[in-house]
Design a binder for this molecule. Sequence first.
Ligand code: PEP
Ligand code: MN
Length: 343
Amino acid sequence: MIIVRLNPEINIKQISRIIRLIENSGFVPHLSKSGRVTQIGVIGDNAGLLNDIHRLSGVAEVVQTREPFKLVSREYRGSDTLVKIGDVIVGGKGVVVMAGPCAVENPVQMLKIARAVRKSGANILRGGAFKPRTSPYSFQGLKEEGLKILARVRNETGLPVVTEVISSSNVALVSKYADVLQIGARNMQNYALLEEVGRTRKPVLLKRGMMSTLEELLMSAEYILSKGNPNVILCERGIRTFEKYTRNTLDISAVPVLKQKTHLPVIVDPSHATGVRAIVPAVSRAAVAAGADGLIIEVHNNPDKALSDGFQSISPLEFARLMKDLKLVCHAIGRSISVGPHT
Ligand code: PEP
Ligand code: MN
């Protein structure tokens, strides 16, 4: 990709001339603003174009990017992307906390947990209606009934909801109810699904595959942005290693590395990263200290009876304590826990 940075005083006529040249050469211009600078990204094998564009008036500089990902790169956009979920903003100064059970089990459970986490300061409610399980005989989620429960609980509590979409044929259905579309670790490279959520404008929570590199994660995000949806949040949720005391190994360095490579917000899932309830608070604090823009934490009112992932779910009381600790960590690094939603 080349990035064409434009002079701040460029006029419309000059911009049109540059765009025309790009289009006539068979490329698609991606116009964007980064701070005060307007720029045009051109993706493809375009070395020839480079020389021609250099000569046009209004062009400040033309740079060739080195990374294989383009629209998600820091080179393309210097300022942080802010993803809006209702009135909650992910990627700004406020650290956003998403909390709730692994799976939606019934309306009473969902409302109870939602009220509890909201009281402790959670900003977004999580809950899976479509569950991608290792065994086909395990609880697969309540599907559309689960989505309806989530929507009702959102209306009751004001908390926007994040829930997983596991197949491209379900994107329209899940979008009808959800505020954020979650792409799970197992689907990080399901390109048809990535393209389908890319065609919506819903915020997408893209989780890192359990055996994926950060570059692969960024390439998956690129699929979504390339279809026109800029509202992507990345999530580090642990990767597979030889270690057995934890379900996965949290790659804490993923946070600063991703923040350096991309303008997209980065959050951490300490629940799937550890698989162990007792470790979740320490890992959550570490993630915020490392610069994560948010957390997604599994909370259950009766973890031992949970239909999925009870072992790694913390209780509402443990969650309340953790939120207090997180406030202190935020204070130490010049951030704060996001407030809201304001409904
Ligand atoms: C989940 O969030 O419940 C989940 C299945 O996560 P992951 O895709 O990271 O395993
Ligand atoms: Mn889970």
